[in-house]
Structures are given as C-alpha cells and as structure tokens.
Ligand binder design. Structure first.
Ligand SMILES: *[C@@H]1O[C@H](CO)[C@@H](O)[C@H](O)[C@H]1NC(C)=O
Ligand SMILES: *[C@@H]1O[C@H](CO)[C@@H](O)[C@H](O)[C@H]1NC(C)=O
Length: 292
C-alpha cells in the first residue's frame, strides 16, 4: 500500500513538474510564478525564465498577451529546443537565449513572431536547420556569435529581413552562396563573420545585398572573389589576420569605402602600391603594414 502511494506521488511529481519564471510588468512589479507552462498577462514587459530544464517544447510556452521581452540567460542544462517552441508567441521585441547547451535550432523553432531581435549567442549551436527561423517580418538583428556553427543552409532563415547578422566566433570554414539572401534588400546590411576558420568565400555570397559592413577578420582567407566588391556597396571592410597576398581588381574601384583594415596579411608589393594609391585617390582610411 505504501509503495503504491509512493509511486502515485512520484507520478504526480513527474507530471506536474512546473517551470519557475518571473513576469515583470510595465509598472515594474515582479511576479514569481511556478506553472506547467510559461504564460504572460496583461501589461507584461518581460518574462525571465529562472529554472533549469533539459528540453523546451511547444507546450511549455504559451504567451498570448503581448510581451516585449523573453529572457532565458542561464538555463545551463537546456540541450534541446523542439520545433514550434517559439511559434506564434506574442513576444514583440526580443528573444534572448544564452548559456545553454542547445546544439540544434530545428526547423520551425522560431516562426511567425513580431520580434526585431533574436539573440542566441553563447550557446553550443552547431546546426541551424532548414527554415529554422521563418516569418519574422520585423527582424533586424540576429546574434549567433560564440557558438559552434560549421554550416548554414541557404534557407535556414526565410522571411526574416534582418539588417545585422553576427556569426563571429563560430566554426565556419566557408561562406556559401545564398546564405545571406534572406537579409534586407533595401537597407545596407552588416555581416560579421570574424573569428571563424573561413578559407573560402563564394563569389555569390552576398549577391543582391546592399552589403555595407563586412567583417572577415581572423580567418584563413588567401583569396577573395572580386564579385563581392563589384556592386560597390561596401563602406567598411575588416580583413585583418588572414592570409591575403593580393586583392581583386574590383576592390580598388570601390567608391563608398570609408575604412579597410588589412593588417596582419602578407600583401605583395604590387598590392601595397595599389593600396597606397587607392588611399590617396579615395580618402578612405586603408590600414596595412608597409614592407616594400
Ligand atoms: C552579439 O553578441 C556579442 C557577444 O556578446 C557582442 O559582442 C556583439 O556586439 C553582438 N552583436 C551585435 C550585432 O549586436
Ligand atoms: C549587383 O546588382 C545587380 C542589379 O541590382 C544584381 O542583379 C546583382 O545580383 C548584384 N550583384 C551582386 C554581386 O550583388
């Protein structure tokens, strides 16, 4: 009899495992909750997840009242994000998930949201599956820095016209065609790819974009395709600490460039000469080590 009761209690414990989280309201009252799923309330400003749990699925988040910010910054044991976890939630500004063990952003993880900022930095992400992030019409910023991403799909992001993407400090070895084609077509975009292991950049990597700022600092690039400079959109380009010996001709035709940093490469004498002339003619700040 006692063991039956114990078993029943155990079952109840397991099935009613609640999630601890905090709702901060517009008037700054702080409401601590412990419920089966995360929900919001009228006048909520921010939801902060305070608990540790291993899996986050669709049934655990049901935010139906408009809430600007969703924060989960210290769920250190979270290792699985299920499809649909962040589908159709009334989160209106930012979602921040950091310091978790998540390795995969699955298809339809983030779908139909009004947020302008998706911060997934400092996790263990290796894969962003096809259509993982879709239908985020207001998206401006995606921060995936400090993960372990090796590859993206050309449709990992769909209908998410961001202007800034930060993929710094990942494990990318190449940049492929169409990875960034989801980004805003109207405004100048910023693509940060520094501190990866990139050796090759596809000539069509940034096709059709108004690429304003490109950071490829601290990679392993020997050669850049001229095509990425051809539409003359760049204003700032960081190329420090690569293995560049020369630059494509199209680079010297850039007319909107303000800054190019090329320190930490072994540019040949001809390229150094061209850069000096380019600097004199264009007034752009061009930084490199002179050795010839
Ligand atoms: C992304 O996060 C990193 C690490 O915290 C930060 O340094 C960087 O400024 C962020 N990027 C953007 C575009 O906000
Ligand atoms: C350059 O601009 C043209 C016309 O807008 C566009 O069709 C082409 O894809 C662009 N090329 C690159 C490399 O962005």
């Amino acid at each position: 009899m006692e063991s039956v009761i114990a078993a029943l209690l155990l079952i109840q414990l397991l099935t009613t495992q609640a999630i601890k989280y905090t709702v901060v309201t517009e008037t700054n009252s702080v409401i601590h909750r412990d419920r089966d799923f995360i929900e919001s309330q009228e006048g909520a400003k921010k939801i902060v997840v305070e608990d540790d749990f291993h899996v986050l699925d669709e049934d655990m988040i049901q935010i139906r009242h408009k809430t600007p910010i969703f924060l989960m910054e210290k769920n250190y044991v979270l290792h699985k994000l299920e499809a649909g976890a962040f589908s159709d939630q009334e989160i209106s500004e930012s979602i921040v998930i950091t310091n978790s063990q998540i390795t995969v952003i699955p298809t339809a993880a983030f779908r139909n949201l009004k947020i302008f900022e998706l911060i997934l930095k400092d996790n263990e992400i290796t894969h962003v599956e096809e259509e993982a992030i879709t239908d985020l019409p207001n998206l401006e910023v995606i921060n995936l820095s400090k993960n372990k991403i090796m590859l993206l799909h050309d449709n990992s992001f769909v209908d998410a016209p961001a202007r800034f993407i930060d993929l710094a400090f990942n494990e990318l070895e190449e940049v492929r065609e169409k990875w960034f084609s989801f980004m805003s077509e109207k405004e100048a975009v910023m693509v940060l790819l520094d501190n990866n292991m990139i050796r090759s950049v596809d000539p069509r990597s940034f096709d059709g974009l108004n690429l304003g700022i490109l950071n490829l600092r601290d990679n392993r690039i020997r050669e850049l395709p001229g095509e990425i400079f051809e539409n003359d959109t760049l204003s700032v380009v960081y190329l420090q600490n690569n293995n560049l010996e020369m630059l494509p001709e199209a680079f010297f035709d850039l007319t909107h460039l303000n800054l190019a940093d090329l320190t930490g490469n072994s540019l040949d004498c001809e390229s150094q000469k061209k850069l000096e002339k380019f600097h004199e003619d264009s007034l752009a700040t061009v930084v490199f080590e002179k050795s010839c």
